[in-house]
Design a binder for this molecule. Structure first.
Ligand code: KIV
Length: 266
């Protein structure tokens, strides 16, 4: 199988084939995601919460994002690796944004970057695209704006807010984004946006009418318990299985059944 590129994203939309994307933050889970043949692996800044144990995504740094993206790139052969631009790596100016986005490609093996925002980051998207850095935009619930939004709330519920999001979608498309992530918006709005633009939409909490779907890995495999969003689906409870394994190990150490002869040298 060949490496997935931005052209495959565009073609999938044209062919009405769904795009699958999942987050990963390290080598072993990148290998799993790639073997599962997802189209893209997002090294999301959600790692601040699900890996680093922080309360929100704001504190994670560029260097930490690059560190995790490098690990993921080593584990991925076919999927597109997308680096998520952390808070304040692109908001302050276009030059900053291009330089930081470029680091994901140059230093960490990513093939694209994602950033949050619509009209307010139009110039950043335009400049990155001109620098040959594929950009996925992200509108709706944008977790880096948690303090402005007053929490993690569904967006685009009023007619005016919905119209604004449709405008934002056109803006990021015109600026050169190759795809658009829609987070936590009503499914009818996600459908209107998906129908209105030529670039693929990837939904999370945006219903079934998007061109693709993304989930946070730790929600999918049951490794993040602090809160589970309504839109997440848990396919396995790895926390339970890992806890059982480590508990059994401890018991076997305490009762002397581990190590057995086959784990020992003569
Ligand atoms: O950081 C992240 O994991 C995200 C999700 C919306 C997929 O941006």
């Amino acid at each position: 199988m060949a490496k997935i590129t931005v052209n495959d994203f565009i073609k999938k939309k044209a062919d009405s084939k769904k795009i699958s994307m999942i987050t990963a933050y390290d080598y072993p889970f990148a290998v799993i995601a790639d073997e599962a043949a997802v189209d893209a692996v997002l090294v999301g800044d959600s790692l601040a919460m699900v890996v680093q144990g922080l309360d929100n995504t704001l504190p994670v740094t560029m260097d930490e994002m690059l560190y995790h993206t490098r690990m993921v790139s080593r584990g991925v052969r076919n999927a597109m690796v997308i680096g998520d631009m952390p808070f304040m790596s692109y908001q302050a100016g276009v030059a900053d944004a291009v330089r930081n986005a470029g680091r994901f490609l140059k230093e960490a093996g990513a093939a694209a970057v994602k950033l949050e925002g619509g009209a307010e980051v139009r110039e950043q998207i335009r400049a990155m695209s001109r620098a040959d850095i594929p950009v996925m935009a992200h509108i709706g619930l944008t977790p880096q704006a948690i303090h402005r939004m007053g929490g993690y709330k569904i967006q685009g519920k009023t007619e005016e807010a919905a119209r604004r999001l449709i405008d934002e979608a056109h803006t990021v498309e015109d600026a050169g984004a190759f795809a658009l992530l829609l987070e936590a918006i009503p499914m009818s709005l996600a459908k209107s946006i998906t129908d209105a633009i030529s670039i693929p939409t990837i939904g999370i909490g945006a219903g079934p009418y998007c061109d693709g779907q993304v989930l946070v890995l730790h929600d999918v495999i049951g490794l993040f318990e602090r809160f589970v969003p309504k839109f997440a689906k848990r396919y396995v409870n790895l926390k339970e299985q890992a806890l059982h394994a480590v508990n059994t190990f401890r018991e076997e150490v305490e009762n002397g059944t581990f190590p057995a002869e086959e784990h020992s040298f003569k």
